[in-house]
Structure formats: structure tokens, C-alpha cells
Write a protein that binds this ligand. Structure first.
Ligand code: GLA
Length: 380
């Protein structure tokens, strides 16, 4: 029970541990991760911080601002559909991977807007995984930790997400975008264009990945790959898609993934040459494909992208993350970013009546770097 938290627990805990994991923004490569494809993302300078201590009585107590505190026993961790599924799921998965967890207390604080598609859930998973690795040290590589967090989301929370969110939260690097190849599972960080910033605007329409649309899109992508006769849509081309037989809806879903993989590859070239304008155009093309092919946009996200593109200093914009609500990300001229952000939010309010919160962000540090995990853990 939490009756003794925080007062007496703080006295009892011999040592306080802390961890931070950032949220992420998907820059390009929508729904490509579970299709063995490529993605560009960035960790944000916003995220989830956690503080806590070790318990030796087999009990876990977790709390987070504005949420019901939850207690559980290390030996009996089952999903409840509550926010605590994120930390408790990671605990269970780490236990099954050999972490010897005797119990712990953890208190979370977030600077990330919830339900905006900025991966607050992955940030909570990663923050927990890092915290537990500091409390109960075990050698692990950053990629393996990302995969364990993803397993928790898949097996405990029940969302069949790919690796994007957890990899971005762990591997982020200040001033850099993250390029993830989901087939070879390799991660590269690429400098973000000089003089560019990210503007993120929440549509204020709730995003819930557990809504079923995500898993349904995933199934359609697999159906398309089977129809084309390839292991994954990563291996499909416009040409092989045109030659295959499948329902028109499935064809459009596949066209989105094929287009996104291609845009990521082209965008990587623009990043390397520091071409923010070229990158921005690909972002806007990605959104058009979300609207027309993948149908994971909403009228509010469409309005935000249209408005963003009408504002001075914006290179391009698109929905970010799973879709079906949440936020857009725009690439902006750094010197115009603050002004552009408030112009977009203002115009959006006039048009829709929604209070779309706008943030200017920069690619931030991932959990590995932010928590100096290289000194805490050994890579094999
Ligand atoms: C969500 C999932 C990711 C990824 C994106 C879409 O954020 O958690 O794994 O599939 O949607 O690209």
C-alpha cells in the first residue's frame, strides 16, 4: 500500500535514483517501422523524469502527477488498463530478461503533453527501464533496452507498435535527427540542419493508439505484402505494387508505406546537405499521403498542416506518430519559429475553435546520453 509514501519511505530508502527519458517526434517514415522500413525521428527536449528507491519487501509503488497511485507485488504483475501498465509492464519484462528486482518506489513527472502522439508512453517505459537498470544493475545495450520496452508495449499494454518510439527515446542526440533502419536494426544520428527548429502543434483532439485503428492498419500492410509476395512492404516498389492483385483500400495503404520509405531515403540526403527546404517539402508530401492513402489523419490535423504551410518561415508540415489525432510537426526557420508557432495556434483557434498548444522544440538528448548509461552498464 501507499500509506507510507512518501514520508516514511523516503527515510527508509537508502538511496534515491533518478532517470529521464524524452518524448520523440517522428519526422518522416509514417508506419514504416513495423514494415521493416526506415524512419527519421528526433528525441525532444521534453520528457518524463522519475525518482525512486529500492524496496526489499517485494512491493512496487508508482505514482504520477494527476494520476491514481498504484501498488503491486513484484511476483504478480498483470495489466489493468491503467497508466501504471507502462511502468509495471517494463518491470515484468525486465524481470523475465534476468533483472533481479526486489521492489521499488517510483514517482514520475512529465513535461510532455499526453495523447499528442509524442510518445509519452515510450518515455515512461524507457524512464522506468533506465531507473530499474540503475537500481538493479545488469549489462545491457541501448538497443536491447529499447527492444525490451517495446516488448512490454506489445505484450503487456497490448499495442503492436514497432521500434520507433523506444529507439528514439533512448538514442536521441542533441541537435541530431535519428535514422532507424528497422530491418537491420541499426541507428544513426544525423546533424539537424543549422538554423532550423521544430514547431509542434497539438490538435487537441485526443490520440489513442489502443483505439484499434493502428492494429488494423498494420494487418492491411501485412496483407499487401502477402499479395505482392514479399516478406515486408520494405521490399515492395511502386512497380511491384501495380503488378499485384489486392483490394483498392489495401493498395492505398501499401502505397503510403512505399512512398514513406522513399521519402525517408531522399530526406536523409537533404539532411546531409543541410537542405531544410527540401526536407520540408517531403514532410508535406508525407501528410498528403496520410490523408489520401493511409487515412490516419483527421480534419483538425489537415487544417493545422494547411495553416502551417501558409505561415512565413515554415518549410513543411505533417502529422507525427500513429495519427488519428495528436499533433503535427513543422520544420521552421529558427529565427521565425516562435512567431510562426503562435500564428499557427491562433489561426487554428479561429478556424476550429480548438486551443491547439504550440511548442518550439529542438532535437534533444536520448535517455542513454542524458542518464550517462555508458558508465552504469556495459555493452557486451
Ligand atoms: C506509433 C507507434 C510507432 C510507429 C508510429 C507510426 O508511434 O508506436 O511504432 O508505428 O506510430 O509511424
Amino acid at each position: 500500500m501507499l500509506d507510507d509514501w512518501p514520508g516514511s519511505v523516503v527515510k527508509r530508502l537508502t538511496m534515491t535514483f533518478s532517470a529521464f527519458a524524452p518524448g520523440r517526434v517522428e519526422l518522416l517514415g509514417n508506419h514504416t517501422d513495423y514494415n521493416d522500413g526506415v524512419v527519421l525521428s528526433a528525441a525532444l527536449d521534453l520528457g518524463i523524469s522519475v525518482e525512486g528507491g529500492i524496496r526489499n519487501d517485494g512491493k512496487i509503488s508508482v505514482r504520477s502527477e494527476g494520476m491514481q497511485p498504484v501498488s503491486a507485488s513484484v511476483g504478480r504483475l498483470e495489466p489493468t488498463g491503467e497508466w501504471s501498465d507502462y511502468p509495471l509492464g517494463v518491470t515484468k519484462i525486465l524481470q523475465s530478461a534476468g533483472w533481479d528486482i526486489s521492489g521499488f518506489e517510483a514517482s514520475y513527472r512529465s513535461t510532455l503533453p499526453l495523447g499528442a502522439g509524442l510518445s509519452s508512453s515510450a518515455a515512461m517505459e524507457v524512464a522506468t527501464a533506465v531507473l530499474l537498470t540503475k537500481m538493479f544493475p545488469k549489462p545491457v545495450t541501448p538497443l536491447d533496452l529499447a527492444k525490451l520496452c517495446r516488448r512490454s508495449e506489445n505484450e503487456f499494454v497490448g499495442v503492436n507498435c514497432g521500434l520507433l518510439d523506444q529507439v528514439s527515446s533512448i538514442f536521441g542526440r542533441a541537435g541530431h535527427a535519428i535514422y532507424l533502419d528497422c530491418r537491420s536494426e541499426t541507428v544513426e544520428t544525423v546533424p539537424f540542419p543549422n538554423g532550423a527548429a521544430l514547431v509542434i502543434v497539438n490538435s487537441a483532439v485526443k490520440h489513442a493508439l489502443t483505439g484499434g485503428e493502428y492494429n488494423e492498419r498494420r494487418e492491411m500492410c501485412f496483407e499487401a505484402a502477402r499479395a505482392i509476395g514479399v516478406p515486408a512492404l520494405r521490399d515492395a516498389t511502386e512497380h511491384s505494387l501495380a503488378a499485384a492483385d489486392m483490394p483498392p483500400l489495401v493498395r492505398r495503404r501499401a502505397a503510403h508505406i512505399i512512398g514513406e520509405n522513399d521519402r525517408v531515403t531522399r530526406a536523409l540526403g537533404f539532411l546531409r546537405s543541410g537542405d531544410a527546404a527540401g526536407f520540408g517539402q517531403l514532410m508535406t508530401a508525407s501528410h498528403k499521403s496520410s490523408m489520401e492513402n493511409f487515412e490516419n489523419s483527421t480534419p483538425e490535423l489537415d487544417a493545422l498542416v494547411r495553416i502551417a504551410n501558409s505561415v512565413k518561415g515554415i518549410f513543411g508540415a505533417r502529422l507525427t506518430g500513429g495519427g488519428f489525432g495528436g499533433a503535427i510537426v513543422a520544420l521552421a526557420e529558427e529565427s521565425r519559429a516562435e512567431e510562426a508557432a503562435s500564428e499557427i495556434a491562433g489561426l487554428y483557434h479561429v478556424e476550429t475553435g480548438y486551443d491547439g498548444k504550440a511548442l518550439v522544440c529542438h532535437p534533444g538528448r536520448g535517455a542513454w546520453e542524458a542518464n550517462d548509461m555508458s558508465s552504469q552498464t556495459r555493452s557486451p
